[in-house]
Design a protein around this ligand. Sequence first.
Ligand code: AP5
Length: 227
Amino acid sequence: MEAAATITPAVLILLGPPGAGKGTQARMLEDEFGLVQLSTGDLLRAAVAAGTEAGKAAKAVMEAGELVGDEIVIAILRDRLAEPDCAKGVILDGFPRTTVQAQALDQLLSETGQKISAAISLEVDDAEMVTRISGRYTCSMCGEGYHDTFKVPVAEGKCDKCGHAEFTRRADDNAETVASRLAAYHEQTAPLISYYQDHGVLKGLNARGNIEEIAGNLKRIVSDAMN
Ligand code: AP5
């Protein structure tokens, strides 16, 4: 009897500066491909809200727009990746952000016989990112993201996804912190573009322009990477 083919779950990385649209696009990919979005920013904000040791260590660093220590972030991601829903395949949003994190991810995946399907670099200009971040707000119930100008709810004041009527703005979405976050991206995260180029998994995506148009182009890249 022929052995059943094993399907390795997809591992997609969305690389990009703050405000590039990683979260917006990751949620659309979740719906389209049945993958799980893993945002280290969301995991860290949950840890801060829960007052865990990791959250206490991360709070001030996040408020300053700097990167949280590799050890803390890698531990949080490792725990989340081990949860059963991740067997469907994952979209990493905001991880890795340093070469140390990229190497740790390679190690974690090799332990489970997985590999990176694609590392997709969202390309946008710094000025555009400041505009995007300063207008951002999210549903306080389901986390769906919106923008004052570029993505408003269909029914005014009500979340499109869950109908909730309360929204929140992030504490680190202010001009001063955004400047630090962009500097951290250019210094510590942008080198990962060459890292993944060297590993043969890098895909570039023009992330300027319309959300739906970008989603269409991204969907094509992901379909190719998963086949
Ligand atoms: P994190 O939460 O990851 O924030 P970020 O990388 O700064 O990214 P953002 O969430 O701000 O932007 P996004 O690319 O998801 O854009 P979005 O889709 O929301 O990290 C926060 C902090 O946590 C870090 O500063 C760090 O301290 C810490 N951290 C997290 N991960 C870490 C790690 N691995 N290592 C160390 N520290 C870590 O879009 C933005 C807005 O624009 C939205 O309003 C959206 O509606 C709108 N928009 C999206 N696309 C478009 C478009 N095409 N046109 C117009 N508007 C658009």
